[in-house]
Design a protein around this ligand. Structure first.
Ligand code: FAD
Length: 516
């Protein structure tokens, strides 16, 4: 087994690429110019400083990627294979899509299409497509994928390599459990189609597989009927325990009220008074609302909790969904009566389905205008078991982050483990309900303090024996990766041996540094 954590030594020019690649016909797709190299040398996180790639590869079809990977895999014995990282939009935060001294595949040049099958209720989308593009195409047929990320300018291949989690996951599972079939180019350059029934080992390994087994060039994604509009609510709480009790009730399939109100989306966040305005999720509120929220937070030691829930309206409701056709404000009142938010602090917006799903984009535009988008993002995403949440809240939100002055959303919402598929590579806590906690803070000039805060949080969880799992994980050595995967590690390593034995793919994840 290889020692992970170290990125392979490399040189910073095309001399590090083998002559059999440079002499091959696909070499015309390699780019060495400064612009290409510099845009493939960093990511959304702006945290890691790795050496640049030797080249950027711009494929026009999956067979180009297959040829590239075959050339690396078949490198002569005296020459190590060059590493290859698929790059979706580079929205990773810790160099996961980088390939120091290797080749970055710019997936955006791939000409895969988006083909909707209304009869089959699925869409075939190129791995390079952004979820926004998938949505725009499917709604033309009155259809939509069921499970989302909060932000849609991420790629199909990028989120399926991780999980793809948002407020729909409690109901439909993450994006990886809403996929029927994949086309994958393995680390040996084979182009394989896989699904539950065809090459199932590859299918389950790739989903949540951190780009370790192959490059996803097409995904067949499950669809449902697209709603027309969304009733989008935000309810404020001053007490954490009341907030989480209501969240848990809303995602439960046991509770009567939850069953009656089959919400399509449940999330939540911790709001701190200093960052109420300049946050990419704050466009929901009017200036007047924000002033009231600020005051409420001020009276509550600078923090309040925001439960966010939505339900969808259909113009042609399927059988059994009658109540959604005639949704009125009175319906919302009925639901609100069952919840324990602070009186007078319920807010509702009625928006189109597209606007709802694309809600983060408005915040992005705002932050870009303020020069606050392309800054370091030392984000920490965790899955925290429900049984640890009281301690997590006390130790992290009320203690370590007590005097937090950094900007950005802090997401806190429960989801259901039964909607995840154990056979997939993604790992989640071993408890029926766990929380998705996203500490999505950023700082233009003091990201090191944020990073220290993240380390403190992880150390506290460790000290208190919390069984958390990192989402979008990052580790520096293989021992930590083995701990992360737990019982799944042996299988993960076996799949690596089978589909990318020379450890060519996604070196920026720092899982396998050498051939295994
Ligand atoms: P990249 O960062 O380019 O790549 C990610 C990893 O996947 C790399 O290892 C790369 O080599 C590999 N990879 C990329 N494409 C492929 C492919 N086609 N086949 C195989 N491997 C591939 N995540 C959520 O789950 N929920 C959210 O709500 C959410 N919101 C976000 C909001 C913002 C503003 C940002 C910046 C990120 C958010 N994310 C969220 C995280 C996002 O899922 C990850 O950044 C993910 O990596 C997707 O980004 P990407 O498509 O740019 O992939």
């Amino acid at each position: 087994m290889s020692i992970a954590g170290q990125l392979r030594p490399c040189q910073n020019n095309n001399d590090s690429l083998p002559s059999h690649l440079l002499g091959h016909s696909i070499a015309t797709r390699l780019r060495f110019d400064r612009h290409s190299i510099s845009s493939a040398s960093s990511d959304f996180g702006h945290l890691v400083k790795y050496p640049p790639p030797a080249a950027v590869f711009r494929p026009s079809r999956p067979s180009d990627i297959a040829a590239l990977l075959r050339l690396s895999h078949s490198s002569p014995q005296q020459q190590p294979p060059f590493t290859v990282a698929a790059r979706g939009r580079g929205h990773s935060t810790r160099g996961q899509a980088l390939a120091p001294g290797g080749v970055v595949v710019d997936m955006s040049s791939l000409g895969g299409g988006i083909a909707v099958s209304p009869e089959g209720m699925y869409v075939d989308a190129g791995g390079e497509k952004m979820w926004y593009e998938v949505l725009r195409e499917t709604v033309r047929y009155g259809l939509t994928p069921r499970s989302w990320t909060d932000y849609l300018y991420l790629t199909v291949g990028g989120t399926l390599s991780n999980g793809g989690v948002s407020g729909q996951a409690f109901l439909h599972g993450p994006q990886i459990t809403n996929v029927y079939e994949l086309d994958v180019v393995t680390g040996m350059g084979e182009l394989l189609t896989c699904s539950e029934g065809l090459n199932p080992e590859l299918f389950f390994a790739v989903l949540g597989g951190l780009g370790q087994f192959g490059v996803i060039t097409r995904a067949r994604i499950a669809l449902e009927r697209a709603p027309k509009r969304v009733r989008w609510m935000r309810l404020m709480y001053t007490e954490f325990e009341k907030f989480r009790k209501d969240q848990e009730m809303l995602i439960s399939n046991k509770h009567e009220a939850a069953l009656e109100w089959r919400l399509s989306y449940v999330e939540g966040s911790l709001l701190m008074d200093h960052s109420l305005r300049s946050n990419w999720r704050s466009s929901f509120f009017s200036d007047g609302d924000l002033a009231r929220l600020k005051h409420l937070a001020f009276l509550n030691q600078g923090r309040i909790y925001c439960l966010e829930a939505s339900y969808y309206y259909y113009s042609h409701a399927p059988i059994g969904w009658k109540r959604f056709i005639f949704c009125s404000y009175q319906d919302v009142e009925e639901l609100l009566e069952k919840l324990s938010f602070t009186a007078g602090f319920a807010f509702a917006n009625d928006v189109s389905y597209m606007d709802f799903l694309n809600r983060v984009h408005e915040g992005e535009v705002k932050l870009r205008g303020l020069g606050l988008w392309d800054v370091p993002h030392p984000w920490l995403n965790l899955f925290v078991p429900k049984s640890n949440m009281t301690n997590f809240h006390a130790g992290v939100f009320k203690s370590i982050m007590m005097h937090n002055k950094f900007m950005g959303p802090i997401l806190v919402y429960p989801t259901s483990r039964s909607k995840w598929d154990e056979r997939m590579s993604a790992v989640v806590p071993d408890e029926d309900v766990f929380y998705s906690v996203g500490i999505l803070l950023s700082s233009a000039d003091d990201w090191e303090s944020l990073e220290k805060q993240n380390i403190e949080i992880l150390q506290l969880c460790d000290r208190l024996g919390m069984k958390i799992k990192q989402y979008l994980p990052h580790y520096r050595n293989q021992e930590d990766w083995m701990k992360h995967f737990g019982e799944k590690w042996e299988r993960f390593a076996a799949m690596k041996r089978r589909y990318d034995p020379k450890a060519i793919l996604s070196p920026g994840q720092r899982i396998f540094a050498q051939p295994i």
